[in-house]
Design a protein around this ligand. Structure first.
Ligand code: NAD
Length: 258
């Protein structure tokens, strides 16, 4: 059995969204943080008790610097993004995913955040047609002209910036990482299963594209939330070791799956 240490004050951006809500629920039920704050454009549909929900736009650097300065977050999990289905709005995708993520990293560096986890996407190594079999993080990013989905290019650009900010020369203490979920399903999903089911109920299943032999990985949402918890906990543990002082154990529960 492993002791779980408090992650301190954690910010989840996009915490009113599908994945963000599951991360907040999981961290809260595991008592993983001393305080949990959500930043989102919209209020939560199902607020989690004890969580501090704040509305704001992460593309506003001045507002974010004030917000981070006020709260002094220890860890950040950055899931906020426009919907991929809105990817025809290139300006919005660039503004939120690239410029907004740069804002988040900048204010994290300027206010002493210890660890930063970015939700990227499995699509950053996919050109939408070639097969990827047992692909891993050593595969090159597919972006720009090679990437048919502009949204994915912005996710890749954001990921590059986040990873380049890990122990950067100007702010060597901030630790960062990125997680690349594949398509997610589970409670609260509006993008994956519901549109497929609606098409089925409307009888729109008369055409088949391909030979029905294609494989695709889907991920259950609570597993993705769990991965974010483990990623933040690992970065925090590294940081605590390097800083020389270990935080007091918060509880003795086992992290599922460990
Ligand atoms: P979602 O739309 O349910 O949640 C995103 C949240 O971000 C929303 O609540 C939205 O209000 C908020 N947001 C958007 N712009 C903002 C801004 N400027 N300031 C503050 N908040 C803002 O999306 P999701 O499906 O939960 O996806 C979460 C993350 O996971 C995204 O980064 C997405 O790229 C990534 N991802 C999703 C999938 C999937 O299958 N849904 C797959 C791979 C990666």
């Amino acid at each position: 059995e492993k002791q779980i240490r408090s992650l301190g004050h954690v910010l989840v951006t996009g915490g009113s969204g599908f994945l963000g809500h599951h991360i907040v629920s999981l961290l809260s039920s595991r008592k993983a943080c001393s305080k949990l704050t959500v930043l989102d454009l919209k209020p939560p549909a199902k607020p989690v008790a004890g969580v501090n929900y704040e509305q704001g736009d992460l593309t506003d650097y001045v507002a974010m610097l004030k917000f981070f300065g006020k709260h002094k977050f220890d860890g950040v999990i950055h899931t906020a993004s426009p919907l991929m289905t809105a990817s025809s709005n290139r300006d919005l995708a660039y503004k939120v995913n690239v410029e907004g993520t740069k804002n988040m990293i900048r204010v994290a560096q300027e206010t002493g955040v210890k660890a930063f986890v970015y939700t990227s996407s499995a699509s950053v190594i996919h050109d939408t047609t070639s097969d990827l079999i047992n692909a891993n993080e050593t595969y090159p990013l597919i972006m720009g002209k090679e990437q048919p989905e502009y949204y994915t290019t912005t996710k890749a650009q954001a990921e590059m910036h986040v990873l380049a900010s890990n122990r950067s020369p100007s702010h060597p203490k901030l630790l960062t990482t990125a997680i690349r979920p594949s398509a997610m399903f589970g409670e609260g999903d509006v993008q994956l299963i519901p549109p497929g089911l609606s098409a089925y109920y409307r009888g729109q299943t008369k055409f088949q594209i391909g030979d029905n032999e294609n494989l695709f990985d889907f991920t259950e949402i609570t597993n993705v939330a769990h991965a974010h918890h483990l990623a933040l906990a690992a970065l925090m543990a590294t940081r605590e070791r390097e800083d020389g002082g270990l935080a007091a154990p918060l509880n003795h529960e086992k992290v599922d799956g460990e």
